[in-house]
Design a protein around this ligand. Structure first.
Ligand code: HSE
Length: 440
C-alpha cells in the first residue's frame, strides 16, 4: 500500500459528523485494507462540538470556518455533514469548483438542488456521493443504482422517516400521545432540527424524491412531490385499522404508470401481514419492485450517529476507490447517464389511484348508511368492508368505517364532498389511503 493517504475535510462534528469521525478512527485499519490506501481526516470545521465524544480530535485542525476547509489545497474529499440549505449548498459548490470530491448526508440539499450540484460536478469531473441522505445506514442508493441496474423498476415505497415511524409505533403499542412521543424522539437525536420536517412528511419527501430519480431516471423534482403528514392520525384510526388487519404507516410511494410517475408521501394503511408493516420504532425499510427481480426489501436503522456514519464512510471508501477512474466511466449520480434522463410527467394527486379507508360520524337512524353507500356507488366506488360501531355512551352518532377498492383520487374527493353535505353526517370524513403492496 504505497499510495499516500487521502485527506478528508469534515464539515460538521454534530451527531453524524461525530459518528463519522469515530467510525473512521476506530475502523481505520480495516478501511485501509478495503480502500487500498489510508483515509484520514486532515481538517474539520465545527462551531461547537464536544471533544469528550471524539477521542483523537485534538490531533486535527478544527476551524470554525468551513470555507477554509473547502479551500484548503491539502483536502481531497469534502464531507458535508452540516445539513440545511445554506451554507451547505455554497460549500458543496465551492468544493466542486475547487476540484474536490464531495460526500454528503444532506437529503434536503440533494432533493432541492441536486440537479444543479450534479451538473457542476459532471463538468468538473468530480464525484458527489449521498448514500447517507436516504434511510440512514441502509445502502439503498447503491442497491437501486447498481444492484438493481438490470431492472425496469415498477414501484418503490418506504418507511423513510424514523421519527414518524417511532411516533406511530408508540401510539399503536402503548396508546401514547403524539406530542409526548415526539419529545422523546427529539431527545434521542432522531428528529430534524425543525421537527415539522419529520411529522409533516417533508423529510420523507426529500428522500422519496431522491429514490424516485434513481429508480426511474428522472430529474429531482421535490416541488412536485405530494406531501401529507401524520399530525391528524388519531389513536382511533390506528385501532380501527388494526381491527381490519392493517397498520398505518407514513409511507413514501412512487410508481411508474403509463400516464406518468406517482410521487407521494402520506399516511397509508398496509396489510399487517406484509413484512414492511412490521417495521417498527425508528427503523426504516424500503420495498423496491423490479420487473426482473420482483419485490425486494431493505431494512435497517434510518437515523442515528453511527448507522448514518456507516453510509457516509462507505461513500468515502467508494470515492477513494474510484479516484483514479476515468470520470466518464464512473457510476452516474442519478443511476442513468446524465444525458439519458427521461422527461416523464409527475402525476397530479387527483389522477392517482388508491384504495381508501374512510371514517365518519353518522346519526344513528334508518337510511343514513344507504345514503352514504348510494353516493359511493354513484361515483363508481366499490366498498370492500364496512363496520358500524356502537355509539359512545350518551352519544347519538355512530362511527362508520369503510374500506373501498381502488379509485381515482378525484372521484373520491367528489364523493367525500357529497357525503359531508348530508345532514345526517357530522364533521369531516377522515380519509386514509390504502396500499396492498402485492406484486401489482
Ligand atoms: N429525522 C430523520 C428521521 C433523520 O427521523 O428519519 C434521518 O434522516
Amino acid at each position: 500500500m504505497s499510495l499516500k493517504p487521502v485527506n478528508v475535510g469534515l464539515l460538521g462534528l454534530g451527531t453524524v459528523g461525530g459518528g463519522t469521525f469515530n467510525v473512521l478512527s476506530r475502523n481505520a485499519e480495516e478501511i485501509t485494507r478495503r480502500a487500498g490506501r489510508g483515509i484520514r481526516i486532515s481538517h474539520a470545521a465545527a462551531r461547537d462540538y464536544d471533544p469528550a465524544r471524539l477521542p483523537g480530535i485534538e490531533n486535527i485542525q478544527v476551524s470554525d470556518d468551513a470555507f477554509q476547509v473547502v479551500d484548503n489545497p491539502e483536502v481531497d474529499i469534502v464531507v458535508e455533514l452540516i445539513g440545511g440549505y445554506s451554507p451547505a449548498k455554497e460549500l458543496v459548490l465551492k468544493a466542486i469548483e475547487n476540484g474536490k470530491h464531495v460526500v454528503t448526508a444532506n437529503k434536503a440539499l440533494i432533493a432541492l438542488h441536486g440537479n444543479e450540484i450534479f451538473a457542476a460536478a459532471q463538468k468538473k469531473g468530480v464525484m458527489v456521493a449521498f448514500e447517507a441522505a436516504v434511510a440512514g445506514g441502509i445502502p439503498i442508493i447503491k442497491a437501486i443504482r447498481e444492484g438493481l441496474a438490470a431492472n425496469q423498476i415498477e414501484w418503490l415505497c418506504g418507511i423513510i422517516n424514523g421519527t414518524g415511524n417511532f411516533i406511530l409505533t408508540e401510539m399503536r403499542d402503548k396508546g401514547r400521545d403524539f406530542d409526548d412521543v415526539l419529545k422523546e424522539a427529539q431527545a434521542l437525536g432522531y428528529a430534524e432540527a425543525d421537527p415539522t420536517f419529520d411529522v409533516e412528511g417533508i423529510d420523507a419527501a426529500h428522500k422519496l424524491t431522491i429514490l424516485a430519480s434513481l429508480a426511474f431516471g428522472i430529474p429531482l423534482q421535490f416541488k412536485k412531490t405530494y406531501t401529507e403528514g401524520i399530525t391528524n392520525i388519531t389513536r382511533e384510526d390506528v385501532a380501527y385499522a388494526e381491527e381490519l388487519g392493517y397498520r398505518i404507516k407514513h409511507l413514501g410511494f412512487s410508481r411508474r404508470t403509463p400516464a406518468g410517475v406517482e410521487l407521494r408521501v402520506h399516511p397509508t394503511l398496509i396489510p399487517e401481514r406484509r413484512l414492511i408493516a412490521n417495521v417498527d420504532g425508528v427503523m426504516n425499510a424500503v420495498l423496491v419492485k423490479g420487473d426482473a427481480v420482483g419485490p425486494t426489501l431493505y431494512y435497517g436503522a434510518g437515523a442515528g450517529a453511527e448507522p448514518t456514519a456507516s453510509a457516509v464512510v462507505a461513500d468515502i471508501i467508494d470515492v477513494v476507490r474510484t479516484l483514479t477512474a476515468d470520470p466518464e466511466n464512473r457510476v452516474p449520480h442519478l443511476a442513468f447517464q446524465p444525458g439519458a434522463l427521461a422527461d416523464l410527467p409527475i402525476l397530479p394527486m387527483e389522477e392517482v389511484e388508491t384504495a381508501y379507508y374512510l371514517r365518519m360520524l353518522a346519526v344513528d337512524r334508518p337510511g343514513v348508511l344507504a345514503d352514504v353507500t348510494r353516493i359511493l356507488g354513484d361515483s363508481g366506488i366499490s366498498i370492500e368492508a364496512i363496520i358500524q360501531k356502537e355509539p359512545a355512551e350518551d352519544a347519538t352518532d355512530v362511527p362508520v368505517i369503510m374500506l373501498t377498492r381502488r379509485v381515482r383520487e378525484q372521484q373520491m374527493n367528489q364523493a367525500i364532498a357529497r357525503i359531508e353535505a348530508l345532514d345526517a353526517l357530522h364533521g369531516p370524513v377522515t380519509r386514509i389511503r390504502v396500499e396492498h403492496l402485492d406484486a401489482q
